[in-house]
Design a protein around this ligand. Structure first.
Ligand code: PEP
Ligand code: MG
Length: 583
């Protein structure tokens, strides 16, 4: 039994065998072969090894003329590794003696090689680790070929173990069979975290080296509340966590029942709207069941994982139409594509950037390649005839950017009118506030933008200079940092003063401890992961606006993020006592 600690991002307990994906998403099941298959499988391994040698030799020769000795030496070292007895002897021994599949044998032997080198934690040796990963990948690629990426059909429940889960990987996973997610990298608002939450799947991220510490088939417990991951638990631990998982499901049930009975207002009768953040239209059904008043953020990037890099206007239209049908009159906020950095950069063929989070992502890309934006705007406008739609632009940093996008929007409307296509002329065009420059100058957007939604995931990242996906700085990613709170308050105050709709759609809005504070800042529209809806509904129905304002004043008088956090947690315990709902 081995215990690891990471960053908890989606509560609940999962217990299932591991499905390990390496960084190229190879799936390495713990499979065994029959005795009569041993010779064929040994040959298959030998073929893969020989092919790897040929490939490396070819690369070495092709770079030799340009890069001469230094690069050549690296590939010579790779070739030597492939001749090392650890590979030439130990892998065949595992195939012959333990009847492992060659893939599983390769992954076991490389784990054994890599783990002690990693533990030395020295830059030189870490570089060697990368060499080993390279060779492992090459062997696996040769062994697995096209089968590497088939994650769409899983035949049993698994805990997915990955270096990171890209949005497109997650989109193709057979979700019914995924009991939990654990990853090497990531932070509390990384996309793996958001997706796990959306799917209601327990998840822990930022575990460092979990993909090399676990083998396919190991039984894994994921405690998505404490961040604990237990590999091959003993019986007592297994039972303890089974009970904990049941306790969590009971809490969910109680919260759901409480929410169903709760008023859709605060205790003193002020209306609060709870919208859902979704990544797929399929999530709408659950969002409504959990009490959502509509969709406050549709992350439309996922359409690109379904239809490829260039979905047509009609493909966009059909997805939006289906969403509106499921919403049955409730409002839908469509966010135009937010590609770049961690979202689909490679899938849509974006150039690699040195510093992608500060690069040509999101609205910047839309303005550089306006056809992407135009296709979406046309579909969104046309679908407006079928329900209540608003359009939201992500990552706006300056008024010029917003005005440029507004101009494109108005042109699209003129084109549609000229073509005789029908649309509602008054569809609102709003923006996310997630770049500090926009938050600080929010008053200057009041004339141009029709509504605002604060994206705290990026706002915290850019205000505090803390990568939202990096586990090494996850302890610095604090929503309660006073710099963040002042910006959030400024945006809400300004929008309220100008009578403009404002919501928060970052993960902050869905966490009980922040929701009362946001209510105290004047927020009435929350957009959150669907699974947070019942807890939030119950919580907000139990507090008065006056109490929330008092709490916000107290919080803003403090200067340390952790003190503010403690204050907010105590308030949640008062409103949603553990005695009533469980831990
Ligand atoms: C945000 O940044 O807070 C947000 C809601 O957008 P995303 O998480 O998709 O970047
Ligand atoms: Mg964002």
């Amino acid at each position: 039994m081995e215990i690891k600690n990471g960053i908890p991002v989606s509560p609940g307990v999962a217990i299932a065998p591991a499905l390990v994906l390496d960084s190229e998403s190879f799936r390495i099941p713990r499979r065994f072969i029959r005795k009569d298959e041993v010779d064929t499988e040994l040959k298959r391994f030998e073929l893969a090894r020989t092919k790897a040698i040929e490939e490396i030799a070819e690369i070495r020769d092709s770079v030799h003329s340009v890069a001469k000795d230094e690069v050549g030496l690296i590939f010579d070292a790779h070739l030597r590794m492939l001749e090392d007895p650890l590979i030439t002897r130990e892998i065949p021994e595992k195939i012959r003696g333990k009847r492992y599949t060659p893939e599983y044998a390769v992954s076991r032997v490389f784990k054994k090689i890599i783990k002690p080198i990693k533990e030395i934690n020295d830059a030189y040796f870490l570089q060697r680790v990368n060499d080993f990963y390279d060779i492992q990948k090459r062997l696996l690629r040769n062994l697995l070929g096209q089968r590497a990426h088939d994650l769409t059909k899983l035949d049993r429940k698994v805990v997915v173990v990955a270096h990171d889960l890209t949005p497109s990987q997650t989109a193709t996973l057979d979700k019914k069979m995924v009991a939990g997610f654990i990853t090497d990298v990531g932070g509390a608002t990384s996309h793996t975290a958001i997706l796990a939450n959306a799917l209601g799947i327990p998840a822990v991220v930022g575990l460092g080296t979990i993909t090399s510490d676990i083998s396919g088939g190991d039984v894994v417990i994921v405690d998505g509340k404490s961040g604990r991951v237990i590999v091959n638990p003993d019986d007592a631990t297994h039972s303890k966590y089974e009970a904990r998982g049941k306790g969590y499901i009971d809490r969910e049930k109680r919260m759901f029942e409480a929410a169903a009975k709760a008023e859709r207002t605060t205790r003193d009768g002020t209306a609060v709207n709870l919208y859902a953040n979704i990544e797929w239209d399929d999530e709408i059904e659950q969002a409504i069941k959990l009490g959502g008043d509509g969709v406050g953020l549709f992350r439309t990037e996922f359409i690109y994982s379904k239809f490829g890099a260039h979905p047509t206007e009609d493909q966009h239209f059909e997805v939006y139409k289906r969403a509106l049908g499921m919403l049955d009159g409730r409002p839908l906020t469509l966010r135009t594509m937010d590609f770049g950095a961690d979202k689909f950069a490679s899938e849509v063929g974006l150039e690699r950037e040195e510093n992608p989070f500060l690069g040509c992502r999101s609205i910047r890309l839309s303005l550089r390649q306006p056809h992407l934006l135009i296709t979406q705007l046309r579909a969104a406008l046309r679908v407006s005839m079928l329900g209540s739609v608003r359009i939201m632009l992500p990552m706006v940093g300056s008024i010029e950017e917003f005005r440029q996008a507004r101009m494109i929007y108005e042109n699209v409307k003129s084109d549609l009118a000229r073509e005789g296509s029908q649309f509602k002329p008054d569809v609102l065009l709003g923006m996310m506030v997630e770049v500090p420059s926009a938050a600080l100058t929010i008053d200057s957007f009041m004339q141009d933008a029709d509504f605002f939604s604060i994206g705290t995931n990026d706002l915290v990242q850019y205000t505090l200079a803390v990568d939202r996906n990096n586990q090494y700085v996850a302890n610095l990613f604090k929503h309660t940092n006073p710099a963040v709170l002042r910006l959030v308050k400024l945006v809400i105050d300004t929008a309220v003063k100008h009578n403009k709709p404002v919501s928060v759609c970052g993960e902050m809005a869905g966490e009980a401890r922040f929701a009362v504070l946001l209510l105290g800042f004047g927020l009435r529209d929350f957009s959150v992961g669907p699974t947070s809806l019942p807890e939030l509904r119950t919580l907000l129905s139990r507090v008065t606006v006056a109490e929330a304002v008092a709490l916000a004043e107290k919080a803003m008088a403090l200067s340390a993020a952790d003190e503010i956090n403690e204050l907010l947690e105590a308030e949640v315990e008062r409103l949603l006592p553990s005695e009533e709902f469980g831990e």
